[in-house]
Design a protein around this ligand. Structure first.
Ligand SMILES: NC(=O)C1=CN([C@@H]2O[C@H](COP(=O)(O)OP(=O)(O)OC[C@H]3O[C@@H](n4cnc5c(N)ncnc54)[C@H](OP(=O)(O)O)[C@@H]3O)[C@@H](O)[C@H]2O)[C@H](O)CC1
Ligand code: K
Length: 524
């Protein structure tokens, strides 16, 4: 089942597909560059229907080649175009495009002094570096990038990036040469025109925060992309429910003849008295996502705390592993959620019983802390488990993998290790689905399947209890026999959509209540 939206390609995969297209005679490199530049100019013109003044910044390679095409196309469309470029000899395709531009106008030096000495323009086009960036930009290019990212109203909200904002590593989303505390001064594009497919760097932080609206231009290599699809580990982007496959409403809908047990039974383990709110949020979310039955399982002394609504929720005390094992003999139980408000010791006590059943399991919060301090629990995980760590929990669970995420090596021009690589590594090691939470959530399965869900537009999701709702949503979907990788990805998607629909002022309690409206909008 392929449920999620556009495929994401790494830069190496993109280069291989481009080579396939050229080697097979489907297109020449020159034709691809002409298409790339022409489509980019088209998107720029769509966003700016009235011709104005454009400054095009062209780098040393093929990204610069695209820039020369953009310059020519905007010129022919009636724009007043100034080109800033380097006095180097690029590859043959870019050299050809550079020469074509030189028949129309001059190339001025690519320097900050030149840029800032130009009369103010309506738009600036960043065609300095694209997928070929190998190291941080030198100080001369840095000066230009800092200018474009400055507060000066001459540049603000006028930047169009070809393939990416220069300096961005399209494989991991890092800005090479930019310390984290200076990223606010990096160039922020209004629009990025990317080719054929999004790249990880467009979707991972900080790249996703700098890329603006990412539009994908079809340069005519989709046949080669599809032909090579089986050689790649699947990696997809989901942003909105509309990006998911058309089968989504049917998957989330309920058949008219089904009774409650056809939709599964989720067990939500709760913790000691005074900590029950988190598990109740999870339980409410599991109910709202259509689990046929949901049972909340606190220890006996905490039962009175859960007497209130929702009345649809069942309660059953669970004091120890034996009681849980007894409950789980009911073959109709189809998912378990352990973690929210559970307490680390209680999670550690109950996990072996839950894992032994091999039932689909959501492990969040205190369950993750319990696993982090006991390797034997990590060894008991299986492919129907979904771990939902935030970055701190991820670092405690997989310290060596998290340490590789540190980008110092990459800044020095060595290979990068992205959130995607880290999540995939964690999934391969644990044998479980791993959902690494954040504004750029990554979900990976032990099969290598992976998806990224960006939710940059819903900052109100960063609120207490929001993760408990996410865990409950995933538990509800798992209870309904949705496979773990898809349950995790869909939970991230529907969770963000609920927040988006509710808008500012959101608290976690609002999220489950918003689910019916999200489902209605999907025509479930
Ligand atoms: N993939 C496609 O289907 C198409 C891609 N197009 C466009 O091409 C670029 C990729 O072009 P490429 O030439 O591979 O790379 P760049 O233009 O991004 O940069 C390469 C040159 O830049 C030099 N470089 C790299 N990093 C630095 C740096 N920090 N400072 C200075 N110079 C740097 C690099 O030099 P090396 O010394 O590292 O070799 C190259 O000279 C892609 O992004 C698209 O825009 C096509 O036009 C359409 C098809
Ligand atoms: K660029």
């Amino acid at each position: 089942m392929m449920l999620f939206g556009s495929e994401i390609l790494t830069t190496a995969q993109m280069r291989a597909i481009e080579s396939d297209a050229i080697d097979s005679g489907a297109a020449t490199g020159l034709q691809l560059m002409e298409r790339a530049g022409t489509l980019a100019a088209g998107h720029i013109r769509l966003a700016n229907p009235k011709p104005g003044r454009a400054v095009i910044l062209c780098g040393p390679g093929n990204n610069g080649g695209d820039g020369y095409v953009v310059a020519r196309q905007l010129h022919h469309a009636g724009w007043s175009v100034r080109v800033l470029g380097l006095d180097n000899m690029p590859g043959p395709d870019a050299a050809h495009m550079k020469a074509l531009w030189q028949e129309l106008g001059p190339i001025h030096p690519l320097s900050d002094e030149q840029l800032h000495g130009e009369a103010p323009a309506d738009i600036y086009v960043d065609a300095i570096f694209g997928t070929g960036l190998t190291r941080p930009a030198d100080h001369r290019i840095m000066a230009i990038l800092k200018r474009l990212g400055s507060d000066d109203p001459r540049y603000r909200d006028k930047l169009y990036a070809i393939d990416c904002v220069s300096g961005l590593c399209l494989d991991c989303g890092a800005m090479l040469g930019w310390p984290d505390d200076q990223l606010s001064r990096a160039p922020h594009a209004r629009m990025t025109i990317a080719f054929d497919s999004p790249k990880p760097g467009h979707l991972l932080r900080p790249g996703c925060l700098l890329s603006g609206q990412v539009v994908i231009a079809d340069i005519g290599i989709s046949a080669q992309r599809r032909a090579a699809a089986t050689q790649r580990q699947p990696l997809h982007a989901i942003r909105r429910p509309g990006d998911a496959a058309p089968g989504l409403p049917r998957l989330l809908g309920k058949s008219p003849e089904g009774h409650k047990y056809r939709h599964g039974h989720a067990i939500i383990v709760a913790g000691a008295a005074g900590h029950g709110g988190a598990a109740r949020l999870s339980a409410r979310a599991a109910l709202r996502l259509g689990a046929g039955l949901v049972t909340l399982c606190p220890p006996q002394p905490a039962m009175p705390e859960h007497a209130g609504p929702p009345d649809a929720l069942m309660r059953r005390p669970i004091d120890d592993g034996a009681a849980l094992a007894d409950l789980l003999t009911d073959g109709r139980i189809s998912s378990i959620c352990i973690g929210p408000g559970c307490g680390i010791n209680r999670a550690a006590e109950l996990l072996p019983t839950a894992l032994q059943t091999r039932l689909p399991c959501i492990l969040d919060a205190d369950a993750l802390s319990a696993i982090a301090r006991d390797d034997s629990l990590l060894a008991q995980l299986h492919d129907r488990c979904v771990l939902t760590p935030h970055e701190g929990e991820f670092s405690r669970l997989f310290p060596d993998i998290a340490a590789r995420l540190h980008k110092a090596e990459h800044q020095a021009g060595k290979t990068c290790h992205s959130r995607i690589d880290a999540t995939r590594d964690a999934s391969a090691r644990s044998g479980a689905v791993v959902l690494l939470k954040g504004p750029d959530t990554v979900v990976a399965a032990p099969t290598g399947e992976c998806c990224i869900h960006s939710a940059l537009d819903v900052p109100w999701l960063a609120t207490a209890g929001s993760g408990d709702v996410l865990a409950g949503m995933a538990a509800g979907l798992l209870a309904r026999a949705i496979p773990p990788f898809h349950a995790a990805g869909l939970a991230a998607l529907l969770h963000a959509e609920a927040a988006r629909q509710f808008g500012p002022g959101l608290i976690a309690d609002d999220l489950p209540e918003q689910i019916p409206s999200v489902l209605r909008a999907l025509e479930v």
